[in-house]
Design a protein around this ligand. Structure first.
Ligand SMILES: [Zn+2]
Length: 423
């Protein structure tokens, strides 16, 4: 062991330790011993790399990482007997093996360096390496996850098992990925603390933008002096101005579940229809759940941004009748017109036992009908297919879903929540 690669850079270092040995023969100055500086980029993954006496590390953390990498590369199980900021000592876990390594920093002026190294490993290669845990993998693969944050847990698990010939459970693989992403983006607490800066930056770089953070004022729900997050509403000034200047007064509102840490949280969106009938984002909010209260909060802010209540009869909202949404409308902007997305309407219709292509076609035909007689004809057609089907629409007045009954004020006959781009 303790071989010195011939091409390693040299670093002058004032020696003060008795254990220091001269690596390059006699020197003019007896005290000026030569040491090798550990280079993580070059040495960490080099299979020929060996530790050497006096090897200098930037700190104990770097030394510990190098020892862990050594253990994984050499398939050895090691244990840290001492792990402090000024000294660290690792031994081989196999009791008959005498390998050990000790590094320390005697004082503030001295670098962190290897003071003693025991004999080479006499143990056999270990099949299961305990060093390869989620924390180790997160550190090792942090750069890969930075480049490709969507690297799947399953693919990552397979890669680690192949590369290190060790077993790794799906859960360990998931934890490793999560820890790596935490290293890149910061933990959820660190990200939470940045929300104020984020809002301030949005407002600074986009003057006129509305960015509102909603927190729970109840001191009982505070965790580590942090108030509980309830919601974040964002409406960019450019989106707001563009929508008000050139879009028809029709807005689609929808909510979807968030994945990851925000499990249980929802993303609420308000989307307009552009001049080419494509989607035009207006505002979004991240909230704790799709409830009447959260919809009310979202609609109140949207109303303030767009001035809907100044002329509510002119506005039309398209939705899939989400939980609490209609109640929230009644509370905040009661006079706006509603359209129900026909796609969702058909899905519910089908679930209630009215499946089949013929019923689907006639329902869409009724929705697209532009006159009342045409609509009535479609409903008659529907009753011929299934006498029970038209009865399902008794509490779903066509004013909400058929073009024949829409107000012409909006100049918009959209019957679906998501409008496809016309090519
Ligand atoms: Zn050993």
């Amino acid at each position: 062991m303790a071989k010195i690669p011939s091409d390693t850079p040299e670093n002058d270092c004032a020696a003060s330790d008795d254990e220091l040995i001269s690596l390059h023969g006699d020197s003019d100055d007896e005290n000026a011993q030569k040491s090798i500086v550990f280079n993580a980029r070059r040495d960490l993954e080099d299979p020929k790399f060996e530790f050497a006496l006096n090897m200098i590390f930037s700190n104990s953390k770097e030394f510990k990482w190098a020892v862990e990498m050594h253990a994984v590369m050499k398939k050895k199980d090691i244990n840290f007997k001492k792990n402090e900021s000024r000294r660290a000592r690792a031994v081989c876990k196999v009791s008959s093996c005498k390998w050990f390594i000790h590094a320390s920093k005697a004082n503030e002026d001295e670098p962190f360096k290897i003071k003693t190294i025991g004999p080479d490993h006499s143990c056999a290669n270990q099949r299961e390496n305990k060093t390869i845990d989620s924390g180790f993998l997160a550190k090792k693969y942090v750069e890969e996850f930075r480049i490709n944050p969507s690297w799947g847990v399953k693919e990552f698990q397979a890669h680690v098992m192949r590369k290190h010939s060790s077993t790794l459970s799906r859960h360990q693989s998931y934890r490793a990925k999560r820890k790596a992403l935490d290293l890149i983006t910061g933990t959820k607490e660190e990200q939470f603390d940045m929300l104020w800066d984020y809002c301030a930056e949005l407002k600074r770089s986009n003057p006129g933008t509305t960015c509102i953070l909603k927190l729970d004022d109840n001191p009982k729900t505070m965790v580590k002096n942090r108030k509980r997050f309830l919601g974040l509403y964002v409406c960019f000034a450019a989106c707001k101005q563009g929508f008000l200047a050139g879009c028809r007064p029709v807005i689609g509102v929808d909510g979807c579940h968030l994945k990851g840490y925000q499990k249980g949280g929802q993303l609420l969106t308000a989307v307009g229809i552009g001049a080419n009938n494509n989607m035009y984002p207006i505002a979004f909010a991240i909230v704790e759940g799709e409830l009447k209260e959260t919809w009310s909060w979202f609609l109140t802010l949207l109303n303030k941004d767009l001035g809907i209540s100044q002329n509510s009869f002119a506005w039309t909202f398209i939705s899939d009748k989400q939980k609490g949404l209609i109640l929230a409308f009644d509370e905040t902007i009661p006079d706006v017109a509603h359209r129900f997305c026909v796609r969702h309407l058909h899905r519910n219709f089908k679930t209630e036992g009215f499946g089949g292509q013929a019923l689907k076609d006639v329902l869409w035909k009724a929705a697209r009908a532009t006159t009342e007689p045409e609509f009535s004809k479609c409903m008659e057609e529907m009753s011929k297919i299934d006498i029970e089907a038209p009865k399902w629409f008794i509490n779903k007045p066509p004013i909400h879903w058929s073009r024949a009954f829409f107000s012409s004020f909006t100049k918009c006959d959209v019957i679906e929540q998501y409008v496809r781009v016309i090519k």
